[in-house]
Design a binder for this molecule. Structure first.
Ligand code: SPV
Ligand code: MG
Length: 548
């Protein structure tokens, strides 16, 4: 907690003026920090006004502290709190210091107004000051109450404000400096800066001076510094600018009764999102939460027939094979649901009427015999809107693989199983091989589960492969448009010839299209996995699936 007090202390020792700017809300404070201010002034005037009450000790100490600490939590610059008169006498000051310091405030200022106070600027209100001796007692109480010597105690005199002139202002300022205050604020509402300038120039104590130039506002921070002030407080300008902006927006809305009319004068929603950290939240969700926060849909490709399972698939596609009491499709739906994916579409073709499963929509590729997976996927084109997972319909997999895939930052990401080096693929059909950037040498020592490794090539005839495509693809919003653009370009250029490893674009598989994307310069991320999935292509695969 004392880190911010230390920061303020260190800064005060450095040359040049330091400007503290009023911020009455955490949002305002974030903007102040963004603008480059080095400190925040938790202004009693602003905090009171933002609660629609006068600055006259109407808010309690706890309310003022709450506002200041919420500001302090959101910024990395020190917060100096305006503590009015310490919210009471010297005894109240003790608790005020302890609580403000404990809540991460870097320093506090309190003035020699009586309790309850009146804002320095309100005209025609009762104004009384405590004796300088009483205020010195409060300063001593504050100095002894702080836990860290870094916590900055600013003593403020309202002598000028109360109309008592230079001599009383100086007498009080000296008493407060002698009592040990770290800084002394001499407040004035005289538009003519001459008198205050004279005060500062003739100030002969080491205690640095503080000023609030709200009324002598033609004087710059640098001129104030030149005159002898170290800390300059721009106390209430954000509150005043936002009041005017809000009033005009409300008036216009009430007049026109159409919210679009104020749109040109207000910031975009996205500007709000940036300031409040929505981009950060997005990446935190990816890092720390189970996948599935963002709506994701899935398309399962189950249109093809099976060449190696004989009678087992005579009346149904592989997706409808039963494995341990559930069909492969039901296993897939359960894994998708476990990852928060509820929007699931299945592309049917071979024995389409046998494809039945609760919680899925179906699309039909009636040309399944003459078409490949790519065109099957495109029959469900309506599903390709935002983040989309595409699954082969004959794979069983552990939901943790899907979780890893969903966490990928890549626009186009596939699950790549690196077990292939240790345990060569068995069975009659060739696996979908993958060569990735880091593992191109076949060295799996760099294998990090879930890590993204750029895919350089994929297909059944890939040289130097170090992984196998596990039949799981994820496209981000951007990935979907790249995928569709690439397909459209390929389709325009198509003259019926071979498309990558396929005899034609019509017969292309997913891997052909992915290779095409790579060739067109789109990065395909390979999310590293090691086993945890199986394809059901042969009797042997099917037997193993039952064992698992
Ligand atoms: C505040 O901002 O609340 C101050 C400075 O105390 S002034 O309003 O100028 O008194
Ligand atoms: Mg104040």
């Amino acid at each position: 907690m004392s880190a911010s007090a230390r920061k303020l202390r260190d800064r005060l020792k450095q040359p040049g003026p330091i400007i503290a700017v009023g911020a009455f809300s955490p949002l305002a404070a974030v903007l102040a920090e963004e603008a480059g201010f080095e400190a925040i002034w938790a202004s009693g005037f602003e905090i009171s006004a933002s609660n629609a009450v006068p600055d006259a000790n109407i808010l309690t100490m706890a309310e003022q502290l709450d506002a200041a600490k919420r500001v302090a939590r959101r910024v990395n610059i020190p917060v100096i709190a305006d503590c009015d008169n310490g919210f009471g006498n010297a005894i109240n000051v003790i608790r005020t210091v302890q609580d403000y310091e404990a809540d991460g405030i870097a320093g506090m200022c309190f003035e020699d107004n009586i309790f309850p106070k009146r804002c320095s600027f309100y005209a025609g209100v009762k104004r009384e000051l405590v004796s300088p001796e009483e205020h010195a007692g409060k300063i001593k109480a504050a100095l002894e109450a702080r836990r860290s010597q870094d916590f900055v105690i600013i003593a403020r005199t309202e002598a000028y404000i109360a109309g008592w002139g230079m001599d009383e202002a100086r007498r009080r300022a000296e008493i407060y400096a002698d009592a040990g205050a770290d800084m002394v604020l001499v407040h004035s509402k005289n538009p003519d800066f001459t008198e205050l300038k004279e005060f500062a120039q003739s100030w002969d104590r080491d205690t640095p001076l503080v000023t609030v130039p709200t009324i002598y506002n033609h004087v710059s921070a640098d001129e104030l510094h030149e005159a002898g002030f170290k800390l300059v407080i721009f106390a209430n300008h954000a509150l005043r600018s936002s009041l005017r902006a809000m009033r005009s927006t409300y008036q216009k809305l009430a007049e026109t009764r159409r919210c679009g009319d104020v749109e040109p004068d207000i910031c975009k929603l996205t500007e709000v999102y940036e300031v409040i950290g929505v981009p950060q939240m997005r990446s935190d969700e990816k890092r720390y939460m189970p996948a599935g926060g963002e709506p994701v849909q899935c398309v399962i490709l189950a249109a093809g027939d099976s060449k190696h399972l004989g009678e087992l698939t005579a009346d149904k596609p592989k997706a409808m094979l039963e494995v341990r009491g559930k069909t492969i499709l039901q296993h897939q739906v359960a894994a998708l649901n476990a990852c928060g994916i509820k929007e699931i579409a299945v592309v049917r073709g071979y024995q389409k009427d046998a494809v039945r499963c609760a919680g899925v929509r179906t699309y039909d590729n009636d040309e399944w015999e003459s078409q490949g997976e790519l065109l099957s996927l495109l029959t469900a084109k309506n599903e390709l809107k935002g983040r989309t997972v595409v699954l082969y319909g004959d794979i069983l997999f552990d939901p943790s693989i899907l979780q890893k895939l969903l966490k990928s930052e890549g626009d186009v990401a596939i699950a790549v199983d690196h077990a292939i080096n240790d345990q060569p693929h068995e069975g009659p059909s060739a696996p979908d091989l993958v060569r990735t950037k880091h593992g191109a040498s076949g060295d799996n020592s760099r294998f990090v589960p879930g890590a993204d490794d750029e895919v350089l090539a994929l297909g059944q005839q890939v040289e130097g492969a170090n992984g196998e495509f596990a039949g799981m693809l994820m496209l981000s919003h951007e990935g979907v448009s790249r995928f569709l653009d690439a397909y459209n370009a390929a389709s325009e250029a198509d003259q019926g010839g071979a498309f990558h490893e396929a005899p034609s674009l019509a017969k292309a598989s997913l891997t052909d299209m992915l290779q095409d994307l790579i060739d067109r310069g789109t990065k395909v991320s390979g999310v590293s996995i090691y086993k945890g999935w199986s394809e059901v292509d042969t009797f042997e695969d099917y037997r193993r699936a039952w064992k698992a």
